[in-house]
Design a protein around this ligand. Structure first.
Ligand code: AMP
Length: 256
């Protein structure tokens, strides 16, 4: 339940109302006493400070791109990939090719296609922000998602390299429209927008450090066999909802 809903629960029970009206009769009309019940905040999620570890070892070597500040919630919008198991054989094949890097290689979990960067939202904006997203995603149809090849990316801080499946042309057109809708909401909340030239992809393996140049040339050596593996094991999927993660809260928006 949102903090707003708790505020709207303010009020008094009928017994108390009777006592109050007796009391109010005794008071001057201009100084009526209104007694408010305290809201029950026991269900409001509170994240203990201990859960925010700053030690990169606790995150598989990942470095937080902005420091944790109480009240600031890391937020991003994405398409969740529903068939994670189908990636298994392609991931194994890639790990084989990447054997020289095996100490810094990690298989991605919660595979997704990002529609925004990770932005920082303040707690009191969570409800209006998700309502704005709901508004821009209204009347959007489900669509088919497929991939066209393997591509290497590096994050903006150059601390992590990603081996990813790049989406195909028709998926790109749909994702572009969605990320523009998301950008409209981000603009409204004065938050950083997505890339000017977004390249929609699903990261499946990540490595520490900037290894983009060497991994791009390694991937192009195996281009033909990787594309064959991709075509044989990864089928197109229907995207019927969009997702938003805000801190430890998950929101889902159903498409038509
Ligand atoms: P993701 O798997 O969505 O977290 O993306 C992995 C990384 O790709 C992110 O850290 C982005 O910074 C990076 N990236 C680099 N260039 C682009 C681009 N043109 N479009 C989208 N992501 C990009």
């Amino acid at each position: 339940m949102s903090a707003l809903s708790f505020i709207s629960n303010y009020g008094s029970s009928s017994d108390e109302s009777e006592k109050e009206s007796e009391e109010n009769k005794r008071l001057q009309p201009q100084c009526k006493k209104i007694k408010l019940q305290l809201p029950d905040l026991s269900c409001v999620p509170i994240v203990p400070p201990e859960s925010h570890s700053e030690d990169p070892q606790d995150h598989g070597g990942r470095v937080r791109s902005f420091p944790h500040v109480r009240g600031n919630w890391a937020t991003f919008i994405y398409v969740k990939y529903p068939e994670e198991e189908s990636l298994l054989s392609l991931s194994q094949r890639l790990l084989g090719i990447l054997s020289a890097f095996k100490d810094s290689c990690h298989v991605c979990d919660n595979v997704h296609i990002s529609l925004s960067k990770t932005v920082v939202l303040q707690y009191h904006l969570i409800t209006p922000f998700t309502r704005s997203l709901q508004e821009v995603f209204r009347n959007i149809d489900c669509f088919c998602l497929d991939f066209s090849g393997i591509k290497v990316y590096c994050n903006e801080e150059n601390t992590r390299t990603f081996i990813a499946l790049e989406v195909d042309y028709s998926s790109k057109i749909r994702l572009l429209q969605l990320s523009q809708n998301v950008d409209d909401v981000l603009k409204e909340y004065k938050l950083p927008l997505f890339y000017e030239n977004p390249s929609f992809h699903m990261s499946i393996i990540w490595l520490t450090g900037d290894k983009k140049a060497e991994l791009s040339s390694l991937m192009s050596e195996f281009n033909n066999s990787l594309n064959k593996e991709l075509g044989n094991t990864i089928n197109p999927v229907l995207v019927s909802d969009l997702n938003c993660k805000i801190g430890n809260k998950y929101f889902q928006f159903t498409l038509q």
